[in-house]
Design a protein around this ligand. Structure first.
Ligand code: MN
Length: 518
């Protein structure tokens, strides 16, 4: 993968270029629909230009061409071409629906909605909620994939942005979009998003690493792979699949070590038929190259806690550049790529229970994406994943922009108690996107909800116990009544005692009263 930003001037992409890449892909694309989508977008964006001076249409064309590389379907390509018309031109989603049908319209609408969400600053605490909310808002996972390609192209051309905007976009990309690309298993987009963000956030750090990487270049890896394949074949391992990668600039940056101390900048992966071939290949590799001490790990006999299996070793050849070799079977490879204990969880250390279901679903999405990319017949499997990605959760904003995460079916009252019990206890009404709604309004993902509060001594209503959905709200309401009743009970008890005393024509001073109570 080529991540480095080169200084040479590229010709702006044309529709002919895009069509050529569609033809070259060998997939049965719906050229009629894509032609019509391009014509509409071209006309709608008309004389608009990007900040860089390019005609605006270059942007949707570029986004569409990234989607072709990902192996996405005709509807996604058409929607990508039109993804900015609803936001920036008089063309409406209704018009797109009428001309292209509900599916393409839903994609365009989804991307438009995601684009309208602006996070001014992404705090760590909020980042995971934001990611989940965006996924939930996507409805159809293709919306998120188009959005990721949109963001990627914007980051590629971000040099035209003012300094502050570059940093804001870079932070948002790093915190929100790159992790989503990671969870969807689109690792080359994830890595490019991170590298380009780093370039804006720490230009010096970025350029230092890039220069060191350029010194070696990856022709070196091509030679190594070729040599290994030949040697394995000569020794009876015919069906080896050999892949290689260069660690991303951001990946190296994160290690925070001297370049020479990072041994996995270059890596070769050998995928084989069975376990005995794996050990056999390991022997052959150690014959060819000099293994570095203490770098050999047998995760086949002792898998990692998440089930990951592979043989790892680091070797060094005549070029004096160390590289890591990973050897595994196809089963182990699939487990590593798509396993439910998916390596993102392992690496990111996500342990809370609620993300498990999401991860299972995302693992499924990743498998679909992979089969979409590798199979020639473009099926629309992906469109089947209308967002039951997060069917049991909704996400709404406070007016300050904090994201509140609630179970589906939760009401505005739950929302109020999720902010703070004091907000819930004083609640007298709610506004959604600036309109008054009933307090039992069911929260929908993406809504901005403002809770209207009354005086401090105002309490909740007992009826609310039948309305709220979360146990948090229920407990807080019950607690309020318990506390309230304690005072009521004391008052009632005192009155009852006084009545009894009066009935018996007795009276007590306060002092006597206290002795009596004891
Ligand atoms: Mn765009």
């Amino acid at each position: 993968m080529e991540n480095t930003q080169t200084g040479d001037v590229k010709m702006p992409i044309t529709y002919e270029d895009l069509k050529q890449s569609l033809v070259d892909s060998g997939r049965p694309y719906d050229f009629d629909m894509i032609d019509r989508a391009y014509a509409l977008a071209e006309k709608a964006h008309g004389g608009q230009r990007r900040r860089s001076g390019e005609p605006y249409i270059c942007h949707p064309l570029s986004v569409a061409s990234i989607l072709v590389e990902l192996g996405m379907d005709s509807e996604s390509i058409a929607a990508a071409l039109m993804h900015d018309v609803a936001e920036d031109t008089p063309v409406t989603v209704a018009e797109i629906k009428q001309k292209f049908g509900p599916d393409v319209a839903l994609l365009v609408d989804g991307v438009t909605k995601l684009t309208q969400i602006k996070f001014s600053n992404v705090e760590d605490r909020q980042a995971e909620n934001l990611r989940k909310m965006l996924l939930a808002m996507s409805q159809d996972v293709r919306v998120m994939i188009i959005k990721l390609c949109d963001r990627l192209h914007n980051m590629r051309t971000g040099d035209a942005w003012p300094e502050q905007k570059r940093r804001d976009k870079a932070l948002e990309t790093m915190e929100v979009y790159a992790p989503i690309a990671h969870r969807l298993g689109i690792s080359n987009i994830k890595e490019e998003l991170e590298d380009r963000s780093l370039h804006y956030l720490d230009p010096v750090g970025y350029e230092t690493i890039r220069d060191l990487l350029n010194k070696h270049g990856d022709e070196f890896l091509h030679t190594v792979c070729h040599t290994i394949a030949k040697h394995l074949a000569e020794n009876g391992i015919q069906k080896a699949t050999i892949r290689h990668r260069v660690k991303s600039i951001y990946g190296i940056y994160l290690q925070n070590k001297d370049f020479e101390e990072i041994y996995d900048i270059y890596a070769v992966r050998i995928i084989l038929e069975n376990v005995s071939e794996c050990y056999n290949a390991l022997g052959l590799i150690h014959d060819m190259y000099h293994p570095l001490p203490n770098r050999f790990k047998d995760y086949i006999s002792t898998p990692k806690p998440n089930g990951y299996q592979s043989l790892h070793t680091t070797v060094i050849g005549r070029e004096a550049i160390p590289f890591e070799v990973q050897i595994r079977t196809w089963d182990m490879d699939r487990m590593a790529e798509y396993g439910i204990a998916a390596h993102w969880k392992y690496k990111a250390g996500i342990t809370n229970g609620s993300s498990d279901k999401l991860d299972e679903r995302l693992a499924w999405v990743r498998q679909l994406l992979e089969s979409q990319r590798s199979s020639a017949d473009a099926t629309d499997l992906l469109s089947d994943i209308k967002s039951d990605l997060l069917p049991e959760e909704v996400f709404a904003f406070t007016p300050r922009g904090d994201v509140i995460n609630l179970p589906a079916g939760a009401t505005a009252i739950d929302f109020a108690y999720a902010i703070h019990s004091a907000v819930g206890n004083r609640m007298i009404g709610a506004k959604v996107n600036n309109r008054i709604v009933p307090i039992d309004h069911k929260v929908q993902t993406g809504e901005i909800i403002e809770i209207i509060t009354g005086p401090e001594n105002r309490g909740p209503s007992r009826d609310w116990l039948n309305i709220v959905k979360t146990s948090e709200a229920k407990n807080k309401i019950r607690n309020w009544f318990k506390k309230e009743r304690r005072e009521e009970n004391i008052q009632e008890g005192r009155e009852a005692l006084e009545r009894e005393l009066r009935r018996n024509l007795m009276s007590m001073t306060d002092e006597q009263h206290e002795t009596f109570m004891e």
